[in-house]
Write a protein that binds this ligand. Structure first.
Ligand code: MF3
Ligand code: CO
Length: 267
């Protein structure tokens, strides 16, 4: 989700019942299945559009619909034209399906949102394509996954969004990577994007947004190997690094529970 940072959103997170969390888990499971199919198919020579077609078939056969297809946030010039965001190399997020073919050594981030019975799941992974992968890219992906794991671990009852942001940010700092500015995670439920904005960096006021059992969040670190500046591609969707260096993006939909964080978009 993109939102200009600065103003902290003091929305009180809704408390979902066990039944509602089960319903979100069903949507999350379809997201996980879809992403697993796409991960297995991501190979040199494959077109981004082919991955989107595979995802669409997988989601629809599982009885879900896409939250991305036709989505038009206020900042976007067009309605979204796929069920996945496919963001290779210097594309950080919101890359659109196209005839572009994956190359050996690409770093691809894949984001998917599914709806089952009116409830949403949203998750993403980054993968290295083919054989000629670099240690540097592997380190960037590992850092982003560790940042997500740290953010998830911090999502416990009584904690605040500041704890989540600090946990994500500490990993980024330890590795020396920049965040994608102005972007972060979000509340999620009957809509894919619900308040509050869930930043990956500590901001004043975040300590006033408290998590409790039944809160549901999409946590999504986006880490950049180079400097933290970006621009949009001409299509108005794809966010690319200003310096052309690579980026990684991973995301899970998470429920805060008395038994600890539960990843709703796990297989
Ligand atoms: N999962 C993405 C996010 O939270 C949503 C992408 S919207 C789409 O930012 F329309 F691009 F698909
Ligand atoms: Co999201």
């Amino acid at each position: 989700m993109s939102r200009t940072v600065g103003g902290v959103d003091l929305t009180v997170l809704p408390q979902r019942t066990a039944d509602e969390l089960d319903a979100m888990r069903a949507a999350g499971r379809v997201v996980a299945q879809t992403l697993a199919a796409v991960r297995a198919a991501a190979a040199p020579g494959v077109k981004l559009r082919e991955l989107d077609d595979l995802a669409k078939t997988t989601m629809y056969e599982a009885g879900a619909t896409s939250s991305f297809l036709g989505y038009k946030p206020s900042w976007a010039p067009t309605a979204y034209n796929g069920v996945l965001c496919l963001s290779p190399n210097e594309v950080v997020v919101h890359g659109r399906p196209s005839g572009q073919r994956l190359k050996d050594g690409d770093l691809l981030s894949v984001d998917c949102g599914a709806v089952v019975d009116g409830w949403n799941g949203d998750a993403a992974f980054s993968v290295l394509v083919g054989e000629r992968t670099s240690d540097e890219d592997a380190r960037l992906v590992r850092a982003t996954e560790e940042a997500l794991a740290a953010g998830i671990a911090a999502a416990v009852p009584g904690a605040t969004l500041l704890d989540v942001a600090r946990a994500v940010d500490a990993v980024a700092r330890r590795y020396g990577y920049a965040h994608l500015p102005d972007h972060g995670g979000h509340g999620i439920g009957r809509s894919m994007h619900e308040p509050p904005f869930v930043p990956n960096q500590p901001l004043a006021g975040l300590d006033r947004v408290r998590l409790h059992a039944g809160s549901t969040l999409a946590i999504e670190p986006m880490l950049l190997a180079g400097g933290g500046r970006y621009r949009h591609k001409k299509d108005g969707w794809a966010v690319v690094t200003a310096d052309g260096r690579r980026a990684a993006h991973v995301e899970h939909t998470v429920a805060v529970t008395d038994d600890g964080p539960v990843v709703l978009t796990a297989a």
